[in-house]
Write a protein that binds this ligand. Sequence first.
Ligand SMILES: *[C@@H]1O[C@H](CO)[C@@H](O)[C@H](O)[C@H]1NC(C)=O
Ligand SMILES: *[C@@H]1O[C@H](CO)[C@@H](O)[C@H](O)[C@H]1NC(C)=O
Ligand SMILES: *[C@@H]1O[C@H](CO)[C@@H](O)[C@H](O)[C@H]1NC(C)=O
Ligand SMILES: *[C@@H]1O[C@H](CO)[C@@H](O)[C@H](O)[C@H]1NC(C)=O
Length: 495
Amino acid sequence: MKTAATLATGSLLASVASAQVVQWDIAKRANGAPKLTRRADGSVEEVITNEKNRGGYFASCQVGTPGQKLTLQLDTGSSDIWVPSSNSAVCEQSSNGGGCTLGSYNEDASTSKEDVGPGEFDISYVDGSHSKGDYITETFEIGGSTLTNLTMGLGLDTTIPYGLVGVGYALNEAIVASTGSVGSVYNNLPVQMRNEGLIKSVAYSLWLNDLDASTGNILFGGIDTDKYHGDLTRIKIYQDSQSKAFTSFTVAMTSLEASSSSGTDVLSSSSFPIPVVLDSGTTFSYLPQDLAEQVWEEVGASYNAQVGVAVLPCELENAKGYFSFGLAGTGGPVINITMDELVLPLTTGSPIQFQSGPYKGQDACQFGIQNFSSDPFLLGDTFLRSAYVVYDLENNEIGIAPTDFNATTSNVVAFPSQGAQIPSATAAPSQDAITQAGSLASPTYGASGGFQSAGSRSGDDSAASMPSPLDWSKLAVIGASMGFMMVGSGLFLAL
Ligand SMILES: *[C@@H]1O[C@H](CO)[C@@H](O)[C@H](O)[C@H]1NC(C)=O
Ligand SMILES: *[C@@H]1O[C@H](CO)[C@@H](O)[C@H](O)[C@H]1NC(C)=O
Ligand SMILES: *[C@@H]1O[C@H](CO)[C@@H](O)[C@H](O)[C@H]1NC(C)=O
Ligand SMILES: *[C@@H]1O[C@H](CO)[C@@H](O)[C@H](O)[C@H]1NC(C)=O
């Protein structure tokens, strides 16, 4: 039996609320239906086979009166909360493993629901999924705090079997795109938290933690100085060049270096400075083709057309090299991403092996850095786990520092007032001097030997191939969620 009740156990619990900050623990989990197995003692254990990649970060909340328990995915790439209706077709498919196992919302069972926009909720994400229905106001309880009149979407017709908590800019709400009018904007969760006095400033910090750790947290209204190394650096968020409004967490990526025991290479791209969106709802990171190809060459990854992603031997998770992502120009923050954060399983169940090429016979994994052809380029979870990121929606700045994986202590500092700058952070020194300066020059690949020494190249010289998908009986390829960037958010940037 799959029951929503089992999902709330364990890691989804403890959250903190105080006068000025609100913290929720968020748990990493597989999207869609988790597999549950019955243990000998009769209790039900949750087995998450693919949590390392397709999974996003989820938080428990209660909606309505009396409260209905739901587990929702946290998403910085969109701005609406929506919940799946228990009357939607996707939630009613409870046979063959379907249904809304993370909870659904029954509007008829709540005394606090008000319809504020019948038929007006309509959101589509860049991966093609959607949710449509009504805008309602409801009571929303999360992390020990209650908001009494929060506007949210009710997904009556949706392809996604769980809801989302979009915490992006209010101007990126689906209603603004549907009506084409800024006048239809409503106070979304971060804004309403400030308006109801739970936090002082519309800002929050996200700590996703290590790929192998199951929980991280989001802290509204403050920062936790024990969760990162060194100091936070403040960098600018860029406006949409057409509307001149702030609609997404787009920052300037200005350098990328590859380092290993055999050397360090400066990688190049004709697209530098690259507008990149910090999106917790996206699994991988997506870079321009010219840059992605150099990264693949360093580690010995290759694009596989059958699965549509760059793949590499799983063994390379033990490679000692790392990539240093530079943001906001000279002297700006640098985040190192080690290989163990970049090698993710390709299939559920037992792995598949390369059939030919240098890695013949070895297990294949997917690589955390993929290519994309145009804006938006995205820094998703494979980047964000290695960074502590503060989103300041009042000053339109990001605070960023290398994460402290598995930090066990906490030192929370609240934003003291509305519009206060990110505490304990200094501005990137030369971000105003960033100019369009990209050009492509092939590196010498001095670092590649060090990366690839973790693997063994014993196969032939033919192109790497994998078995036909028909042979992958019982294995499902784990799709990445590139999902939860809302379509139509207008990423026409002039850096
Ligand atoms: C709840 O919010 C809606 C939309 O923001 C507003 O129209 C309504 O008056 C509010 N209701 C209460 C009881 O505050
Ligand atoms: C963090 O903890 C997980 C287990 O909870 C462990 O597998 C992982 O290696 C740790 N990461 C680091 C960087 O210490
Ligand atoms: C990141 O890598 C650079 C070298 O590219 C190194 O100098 C720096 O200390 C590293 N930073 C952290 C936080 O590990
Ligand atoms: C990624 O690169 C491969 C190989 O060059 C190419 O076939 C594919 O179309 C690219 N994908 C995108 C989204 O640009």
